[in-house]
Design a protein around this ligand. Structure first.
Ligand code: AKB
Length: 338
């Protein structure tokens, strides 16, 4: 008998690390993790980790021959700034990597005669506001509005949302018998902020970078204008969103893709929050025209009413709790201990 497991790809990234820790603490025993990078030693107790490439077909075949994969949290991705420097590699990882796993999940769903659940993190990068005037005129966008991404990463995410929806609703629609479909569910995240990891390769990174630099006593120049506004969320809420969506009864879900968010801040308001905790911090603004254009194309805020209605989504950490109860105390501990 193959062992039943929950698979987390991209586990060594920011969300993957937070997710594997929480799942393990919640009592999930059979966690199988996959990443091109090793798992940091302090996380090795949480899972059976395989260091390998999601694009390696023979590795994926080996995994399905050894394991009965019930749920996939597919976190592996190249983020927006990094993807602009290596667009072909980004397409391979973000699109072909996702396609390979969707195929695996579709085949496994048929074998098991039960849907494999496929949880996919998408992003505000799936949106593309044409200019700042439109951005301020439509401050809280709904899932189906302004789906005109200007980055490779945003295009990849939007397309994979559609691929996942296809595999869970229309796969082999012309076959004589309807196959057992997989169960694809997706959240569109705002910029995420972790107290324990510093992001890399993203364009919403100026927020967390400001905070971590201040905690380390290092000066920081944000690559955006002070009035730049996007939504954010503390990492524990990102994990809660993934878990709550995975546990929602299928019949309650009216969509496959849901916005989720917590609070929206300008870069200047973010700076003031950081200064509240670290009054000596040296935070300045040195906008980079090209990265600025990307952040300007992202919405100022998200409308997450559908997630709130269908699966009772509600962030636990508003601005106040995010900074005062999660970010600042944990970051202080982290750098004081170092
Ligand atoms: C990025 O900046 O690329 C990510 C995202 C907004 O999805 N943090």
């Amino acid at each position: 008998m193959r062992k039943k497991v929950t698979l987390i790809t991209g586990v060594s990234g920011e969300v993957g690390l937070a997710l594997v820790k929480i799942l393990s603490e919640m009592g999930y025993k059979d966690l199988l993790t996959l990443d091109i990078r090793p798992l940091p030693p302090e996380y090795s107790q949480y899972s059976n980790h395989i260091q390998g490439d999601i694009l390696d077909k023979s590795l994926l075949n080996r995994l399905v021959s050894e394991y009965d994969i019930e749920t996939i949290f597919h976190m592996a991705a190249l983020l927006s700034t990094r993807a602009e420097f290596t667009p072909v590699a980004a397409h391979q990882v973000n699109v072909e990597g996702t396609m390979g796993l969707l195929q695996l999940a579709a085949e496994q769903s048929e074998w098991r005669a039960e849907p494999v659940m496929f949880i996919f993190p998408s992003s505000i990068a799936a949106y593309g506001m044409p200019d700042l005037e439109t951005k301020s005129k439509f401050p809280k966008v709904k899932e189906w509005e302004w789906n005109y991404p200007i980055t490779m990463y945003g295009c990849n995410k939007l397309y994979c949302e559609m691929l996942g929806t296809y595999f869970s609703e229309y796969y082999r629609q012309l076959a004589a018998e309807r196959p057992q479909m997989l169960d694809f569910r997706c959240v569109r995240f705002p910029g995420l902020i972790s107290a324990f990891t510093v992001p890399s390769g993203g364009t919403s990174d100026y927020g967390p970078e400001m905070l971590h630099a201040a905690a380390k006593g290092e000066p920081y120049a944000a690559f955006v204008r002070p009035d730049t506004q996007i939504p954010f969320m503390a990492m524990p809420d990102a994990v809660t969103a993934l878990l709550d969506l995975s546990r929602a009864p299928k019949q309650d879900l009216s969509r496959t893709v849901y916005n989720v968010t917590s609070f929206s801040l300008t870069a200047e308001q973010f700076r003031l929050q950081v200064l509240d905790a670290f009054p000596e911090a040296e935070i300045t603004f040195k906008p980079d025209k090209k990265r600025q254009k990307i952040v300007d194309s992202w919405p100022a805020d998200l409308n997450d009413n559908d997630a709130r209605r269908d699966w009772n989504w509600k962030p636990n950490f508003d601005i106040h709790r995010s900074f005062n109860e999660y970010l600042i105390p944990n970051i202080l501990n982290r750098y004081l201990a170092a």
